[in-house]
Design a protein around this ligand. Structure first.
Ligand SMILES: C[S@@+](CC[C@H](N)C(=O)[O-])C[C@H]1O[C@@H](n2cnc3c(N)ncnc32)[C@H](O)[C@@H]1O
Length: 215
């Protein structure tokens, strides 16, 4: 990674740490009202409930999805990565009942990799990719490298809105929603699910994506 790229990534990481220092305490109280599709993307993972799958969530936040995954897949081994210490602290609390099979790591997801051994069966991005700007595409491709052959990239996130005022509002909260994610995912992975759905009578759309790494 060259110095300019490293500087851009450091800036994004610091922005997230500052933002979630203020938002971590109200995250679970507020986000269930608009982060749609999170349970669905986990429910639709193409594995039997008792398989010993390995799952990495990038930007795991307060651990909502890791908890759901741990309950749905009682033999899964789970890793949660997040740049925000405030969010990871809350995840650690929530996941105490599953601590034997959950590992939480406080650090940004970065290019370079090679640190995950044989790779994961599933990598999940839930409402994190739209906040990883501008390096979302390179980290999506890093996730592909960190999956086992045949592994699944699962993602749920904001897609787009026809209302400029709403996109500007989301932009002030560090979210980019320009329909930019699904075309790149569909090119990089063999899509098994790629659906765009309306939220709040069409104020915005969100997407659910499950794609396989071929080979
Ligand atoms: C909107 S929250 C989503 C949390 C959780 N996935 C969920 O669905 O509730 C976005 C999370 O991504 C994390 N994040 C943002 N950029 C990151 C990066 N480069 N590496 C790791 N985590 C990151 C933030 O700290 C935050 O916890």
């Amino acid at each position: 990674m060259n110095a300019a790229t490293a500087k851009v990534e450091t800036h994004q990481n610091e922005k997230m740490q500052r933002y979630y220092r203020r938002h971590a305490a109200i995250y679970d109280l507020s986000r269930w009202t608009f982060l749609f599709g999170r349970r669905e993307v986990i429910r639709r993972l193409p594995f039997e409930w008792d398989e010993a799958i390995s799952v990495l969530e990038i930007g795991c936040g307060t651990g909502y999805n890791l908890e759901t995954t741990a309950k749905n897949f009682p033999n899964a081994r789970l890793t949660g990565l997040d740049v925000s210490a405030d969010m990871i602290d809350r995840a650690a609390n929530r996941l105490i009942p599953f601590k034997d099979r959950v590992t939480l790591i406080q650090k940004p997801y970065q290019r370079g990799g090679g640190e995950w051994g044989d790779g994961f069966d599933v990598i999940l991005f839930s409402y994190s990719l739209t906040m990883i700007n501008p390096q979302w595409e390179s980290l999506l491709l890093q996730a592909k490298a960190d999956l086992k052959p045949g592994g699944i990239l699962a993602a749920v996130d904001f897609h787009d809105s026809r209302f400029g005022w709403f996109k500007r509002h989301m932009g002030r909260n560090h979210v980019r929603m320009d329909g930019h994610l699904t075309p790149v995912m569909e090119q990089a992975f063999s899509a098994e699910v790629s659906e765009v759905k309306g939220a709040y009578l069409g104020v915005w759309d969100y997407f659910v994506f499950l794609g396989r790494k071929e080979g």
